[in-house]
Write a protein that binds this ligand. Structure first.
Ligand code: NIG
Ligand code: FE
Length: 431
């Protein structure tokens, strides 16, 4: 459904909300949430939210909402949803996903169970490179349908804004096709999609031994063509051993800047990299961050670049260690949570699952997990002025959970308690 169509939807009033998590910003706050502010969910009991034409128009108690003169006059044309005994929060902002792929990687899954590591599997012909053929051979429309299926499943679990990367084609043609598939899928889904070019995911086998030639292709062809056709808002690089070097990452970032695109990177997943050299490019986020130095933690605490943690990848790879969220949060680094939905390391579309892992394995409190999955995800995508909290003027993106207390969202892991999602004002019931 197009946004224009979404905006023509009826007014919606969610009333009698057991717990309304507004994530309302403190007046003094500018920039992403960090430290204690991550715990501030702006909870209203007995709350109400009125949405009109795809936007939130009022937020408060149900008592106050029902006194509103506009609502009194127009009550008949408003769809009312009784949310007694339920939790309503901003729709999740999943700021890191790789939805353009064709097949699950079941051989990798079994090999890993038998003891092979992520790098060993990649070296043996599995890993990211084994997903390329499927995407290269598949038509745009079929890829778009796969993406729509994933977006719909995400919405059924409470997600309303999704960052979607290319990165499983790795030729100019198939990367642009992947971005076009994302664009087509976005037009068929009422939520919001932010597209990212991940041409620098790994060096494809045609360029093995001459990775620099591939980087030049990314910089001189993929990025300019994606930018010219406005197919991507961000450019991402997998900067790590077995992927791209810090020098190559800088080259990709510089090319992105020249074309007016913002940057983000997979960083510190397998090994530590000095981050200071990248800060001149003002990256929106560094994602994974399993390995990061003390100096870089101190530096990031002064900046608005998010550390986006994706514990689904650690879980699915069967790792004992998770990113040290406490060290980052306690130092003042703004953190976001995302699914990293992809066929190799994190085949989950569920933000509640990512939140549950963040609580149990990274010792984030449920409140911190909510902020990281909503408002800070919005900051990581640079859409915080319109997404990530329930405030008048922002997009009508809401998730309704059939639970009494928001802490039950990460608590009941593996079960979906989301009963309704509102995406740019469009109501989708999931139960
Ligand atoms: O975020 N690390 C790089 N990219 C993905 C993995 C992709 C894959 O294995 O297919 C990640 O974990
Ligand atoms: Fe990823």
């Amino acid at each position: 459904m197009s946004l224009a169509k979404a905006r023509s939807q009826k007014a919606v009033l969610l009333a009698n909300i057991g717990q309304l998590l507004t994530l309302h910003a403190a007046k003094t706050e500018a920039g992403p949430r960090r430290g204690h502010a991550l715990k501030d969910l702006g909870i209203i009991t007995g709350g109400a939210v009125l949405c009109l034409a795809g936007r939130i128009v009022s937020v408060g108690t149900t008592k106050d909402a029902l006194r509103d003169p506009w609502l009194k006059r127009n009550r008949r044309m408003v769809t009312e949803v009784d949310c007694a005994g339920k939790v309503v929060l901003p729709g999740f902002v999943d700021s890191h996903t790789h939805p353009v792929f064709t097949e699950p990687r079941l051989v990798d899954f079994e090999k890993r169970i038998e003891g092979a590591s992520y790098e060993e599997i990649a070296a043996a012909g599995g890993g990211i490179r084994s997903s390329l053929d499927g995407v290269r051979k598949t038509a745009k429309a079929a890829l778009a349908s796969k993406v729509v299926t994933a977006l719909e499943a995400m919405a059924a679990h409470g997600t309303t804004t999704v960052e979607a990367k290319s990165g499983y084609g790795l030729t100019v043609e198939s990367e642009l096709k992947s971005l076009e598939a994302i664009k087509e899928a976005a037009s068929r889904w009422p939520g919001t999609v932010i597209a990212t070019l991940l041409g620098a995911h790994v060096v494809p086998k045609e360029f093995q031994g001459c990775s620099q030639k591939y980087v030049e292709l990314v910089c001189k062809e993929m990025i300019p063509r994606a930018a010219r056709r406005k197919l991507a808002q961000f450019v991402d690089v997998f900067c790590d051993k077995g992927a791209f070097t810090p020098e190559q990452t800088e080259q990709v970032f510089a090319a992105s800047k020249r074309e007016g695109l913002s940057v983000r990177a997979h960083m510190g997943q397998l090994s530590e990299t000095d981050l200071t050299r990248f800060l001149q490019f003002n990256p929106a986020s560094f994602d994974h961050m399993d390995h990061v130095s003390d100096d870089d933690v101190l530096e990031l605490a002064k900046r608005d670049t998010l550390a986006t943690l994706v514990p689904g990848a650690n879980y699915f790879l069967g790792l004992k260690k998770y990113p040290d969220a406490r060290r980052l949060i306690d130092a003042g680094v703004p953190v976001a949570l995302a699914t990293d939905y992809n066929p190799g390391t994190s085949p989950t579309i569920s933000m509640p699952m990512a939140m549950s892992l963040a609580c149990t394995h990274m010792k984030m409190s449920p409140a911190e997990a909510v902020s990281a999955a909503t408002i800070n995800g919005a900051w990581a995508l640079r859409v915080a002025e319109r997404k990530g909290s329930i405030e008048p003027g922002k997009g009508a993106d809401l998730a309704v959970f059939d639970v009494n207390d928001y802490r039950e969202i990460p608590y009941w892991f593996g079960a979906n308690h989301c009963s309704m999602t509102i995406l740019n004002g469009v109501v989708t019931s999931t139960k």
